[in-house]
Design a protein around this ligand. Structure first.
Ligand code: ATP
Ligand code: MG
Length: 449
């Protein structure tokens, strides 16, 4: 056992504690498995990597599935059964599964059968994004957590992975007591260590460490996700080495190298926030820029590939108005709503003091302020001319805006605390949107009106 732990720790740096915990709880040879485990932590913290690597080394028959893929529970049961029994649906067997199965009773029966057929091996079911199961059949989670007991002592463990903590599960399922284990986020030093050990380059370790440190110093505040940072590190390394390849600098010329890469990193930074270009697009843009700067022209980017918030987005009609309302709610002080959105608000005389106060705190400079949903809806109904009833459709469009990162949601994780929102788009963008629906937004903005 010690060998396996040491070997895995060697392969996966910075997860020593997690590896030894999991290995000790899974045990060796024929030792009984726990009935269920719950692994949680941010995305990219190595939950999958550690679990799958260990299961393989311990020789446990594993089914590894992602709950996002299952549109019905039938697909899930059949996929798991196929993987546990080693059935691969292909043209040879006319795409037949191990068994057709659409309920938990059959599922447990088949698991028992498979265990018998395969000579009682130790088995594991690893479920990624297991929070999705909360929306399925109400007793699927409790049953999976007690699968060992329900299959009458098949040595099987169900490992649920999720980015949510275990309390978020309890509320909706009633029963669930797996052993929970947290995967903490990597610290900056750990990230550097992992990224440096995973390098594929001829340059020295010291040189690469310098480079990784440099990239992290720029991006660490924006993203702590290992896959994202890994991608950024790989993407920009070629540019970093460029002066050396051209013979313009040596690998100790850190200052020169930094000056060369700085603009590139800044550009990449603006796409980290919006995550709106794919890496191939990004590379194409980089090459376009370098081509055009060498040929002396100005870079001719296609409009939909520009990085700064000006991307063309086609939104549904009401979503546009919702986004406009969100912008107004973020940038106008709440006390001025009456003035902008009511027909008979009375005349307001501007006093010298008011003009001064306005200058002192330009809302555009301060940035967006959070607002509650009711205020957004009130503004929405006042600026939209048709009669719209508050249907689920309208509300779902708000969550779509949140998903698109045009509006950010603050709080609202539990049921008592109502969420607040904040508009995340710049003025130019919203003016573009307002123009398409013929709405003169500037007239409604406190700073400009
Ligand atoms: P999610 O919650 O999104 O499923 P996860 O916690 O399962 O995330 P993994 O899929 O295990 O994260 O890791 C993401 C990527 O980071 C993988 O490519 C993995 O190889 C790499 N990775 C994670 N941790 C380490 C590490 N300690 N050393 C090397 N690579 C790592
Ligand atoms: Mg995972």
């Amino acid at each position: 056992m010690e060998d396996i732990i040491a070997e895995t720790q060697q392969e996966i740096p910075c997860r020593g504690r997690q590896i030894s915990f999991l290995a000790s709880i899974l045990g060796e040879d024929d030792s009984p498995l726990p009935s269920s485990l719950f692994l949680y932590g941010h995305s990219g913290t190595g939950k999958t990597l550690v679990t799958i690597t260990l299961l393989k080394k311990l020789g446990i028959v594993t089914s590894h599935v992602n709950c996002v893929e299952f549109y019905t529970s039938r697909v899930m049961y059949e996929t798991i059964l196929n993987q546990l029994s080693g059935t691969v649906p292909s043209s040879n067997n006319n795409y037949t599964s191990y068994a057709s199965c659409d309920n938990l009773g059959d599922f447990t029966r088949h698991v028992r059968e498979i265990a018998k057929e395969r000579g009682d091996p130790r088995m594991a079911i690893v479920l990624e994004r297991s929070e999705r199961l909360r929306d399925c059949d109400a007793n699927i989670l409790p049953v999976l957590c007690r699968l060992q007991e329900l299959t009458q002592d098949v040595n099987i463990v169900v490992i649920l992975c999720s980015t949510l903590p275990v309390d978020k599960f309890r509320a909706s399922t009633g029963f669930m007591e797996p052993i929970a284990f947290h995967f903490p986020q990597y610290t900056k030093d750990e990230l550097v260590r992992i990224l440096v050990t995973r390098r594929v380059t001829d340059y020295s370790e010291e040189f690469y460490t310098n480079y990784v440190n440099l990239v992290l110093s720029v991006f660490y505040h924006a993203t702590k996700s290992l896959p994202e940072l890994k991608h950024l590190v790989q993407l920009n390394f070629k540019v970093y080495c460029e002066p050396i390849e051209k013979g313009e600098a040596t690998d100790t010329d850190i200052k020169k190298l930094w000056r060369n890469i700085e603009p590139h990193l800044k550009k990449a930074m603006s796409s980290v926030y919006l995550r709106e270009v794919s890496s191939s697009q990004f590379e194409r843009m980089q090459s376009l820029v370098s081509e055009s700067t060498t040929s002396g022209d100005l870079p001719q980017l296609q409009p939909q590939m520009k990085l700064t918030g000006t991307t063309k987005i086609e939104l549904p009609f009401y979503s546009k108005f919702l986004l406009i309302s969100a912008y107004l709610a973020s940038y106008n002080p709440a006390r001025t709503d009456r003035r902008f959105f009511m027909k008979h608000h009375g005349k307001q005389r501007k006093t010298q003091a008011m003009i001064k106060a306005k200058e002192r705190s330009s809302n555009q400079l301060v940035g967006p302020k959070p607002f509650p949903l009711e205020r957004l809806m009130a503004i929405f109904y006042s600026i939209i001319e048709d009669k719209v009833s508050p249907t689920a459709n309208v509300f779902s469009q708000i969550s779509t805006l949140v998903t698109l990162r045009l509006v950010t949601q603050i709080g609202g994780e539990d049921q008592l605390d109502a969420p607040k929102y904040k508009c995340a788009v710049p003025l130019d963008f919203i003016r573009g949107i307002a123009r398409t629906v013929g709405f003169d937004i500037v007239r409604y903005l406190y700073d400009y009106a």
